[in-house]
Design a protein around this ligand. Structure first.
Ligand SMILES: [Zn+2]
Length: 392
């Protein structure tokens, strides 16, 4: 009897949980599963919730102690929307939401605990699209909601670029991959995280020579930075272009060269494998099983390709004297680090640490300077000749 009562109560609370919203058929179907979730004691804890409100978007990352079942729903309102995220069978006793600054997009956030389920509610401006990614090590959910794209504003336009006083800086966000406890590729005493940080600092040091460019780094020391924080940092900088720097490794030590990627989910086998490494995922299955809902990646692909199309041939020319080739520069792959960046974005694999010659070059200051200058020259040229890439 007691059990029956508990189940009935759960049923009722479930309906009150979903009742006001429209109950979808899939929800009905999973009700049985939900019930068993709700009646069993949760053995998973809610460890943390992080929210990065952007000007016209928001990223929410949820960190439970283990993989959990969850649901999300968007309730469109007339002027504002409401987002629900339900974590099922999770113990959140005593958990308090962090202080979050509201802005033009995020109007409010609150959390409710009911039975064994946690509901996070966000009040936002109108949501146009969203994406959901599950990440591993540790398992977590990262959800992005994107507002309506603002009207196209060419900023700066060509005339204004010529006018010294009205010149706004073009914010270039450079993301040295990995860091801290995540060394990236390691060959001998060469760590990917160190190589890309040195390169990032070269780019930063050369930047003052480019009057249009203002370079920001996502990290300037040997610190660990989760993938989901990097695009969030770039958005907080209000960046115009986001570039994540990496170095490659491959079992065939003869393989070498530079590769330039943009965010895409139509990808070949090789790009797929590389994305797994950079996404810190264990197998292809999980990459394919990661359902990206209403992915908005295509937003910036065209402009990302404009940057790539300038940088590729330029690097080809600049690195030729060193005997380093560019393997490809219009390659698409699903790199999580680029997801959610509200700007054109590229991921550059600056060379193979497993290739002895390239490993030596990547330890050479002059060589790093050459790459840094190529990258800055290229961005400078693109924003001058194709200012439409600066539209938000
Ligand atoms: Zn990497």
């Amino acid at each position: 009897m007691k059990k029956f009562l508990a189940v009935t109560l759960c049923f009722l609370s479930l309906f009150s949980l979903y009742g006001k919203d429209q109950i979808k058929e899939e929800d009905r179907q999973s009700l049985t599963q939900l019930l068993s979730d709700l009646t069993s004691d949760p053995d998973k804890k809610l460890n943390d919730i992080k929210v990065w409100p952007g000007e016209n978007s928001i990223r929410v990352a949820i960190y439970p102690s283990d993989r959990v079942r969850y649901k999300y729903n968007l309730l469109p309102g007339e002027k504002n929307d409401r987002i629900y995220i339900d974590l099922l069978s999770v113990d959140a006793d005593g958990f308090v939401l962090p202080d979050i600054e509201y802005g033009s997009f995020l109007k409010g956030i609150r959390m409710g605990i009911r039975d064994n389920s946690v509901r996070i509610v966000l009040d936002t401006s109108k949501v146009e699209n969203y994406s959901v990614i599950e990440m591993e090590e540790p398992w977590r959910i990262v959800i992005d909601y994107y507002g309506k794209k603002e009207e196209t504003k060419i900023y700066p336009d060509k005339k204004r670029v010529k006018d010294e006083k009205e010149k706004p800086p073009v914010v270039v966000v450079i993301d040295p991959g990995h860091g801290g406890r995540d060394p990236g590729a390691v060959v001998g005493n060469m760590y990917e995280k160190d190589v890309v940080l040195r390169l990032a600092k070269k780019i930063e040091a050369l930047a003052p020579q480019y009057e249009l460019l203002d370079v920001k780094l996502t990290r300037d020391g040997d610190v660990f930075l989760p993938l989901e924080e990097r695009a969030a940092i770039a958005n907080a900088f209000n960046g115009n272009i986001f570039i994540s720097l990496h170095a490659n490794a491959f079992r065939d030590k003869a393989v070498g060269g530079v590769e330039i990627y943009h965010l895409d989910n139509s990808r070949d086998d090789y790009s797929n494998r590389l994305a797994l490494v950079e996404n810190r995922m264990s197998d292809t299955k999980s990459l394919l099983n990661t359902i990206l809902v209403g992915m908005t990646m295509s937003y910036y692909v065209k402009d990302s390709l404009k940057y790539a199309s300038d940088l590729g041939p330029r690097l080809k020319r600049d690195l030729k004297p060193y005997g380093v080739r560019v393997r490809g520069y219009r390659k698409g792959a699903l790199f999580y680090v680029l997801v959610g960046a509200r700007m054109p974005s590229l991921l550059i694999e600056v060379g193979f640490l497993t290739n002895e010659r390239e490993r030596k070059l990547l330890a050479d200051e002059k060589y790093l300077n050459t790459i840094a200058r190529s990258i800055l020259d290229s961005i400078d040229n693109v924003v001058r000749t194709k200012p439409e890439v600066l539209q938000k």
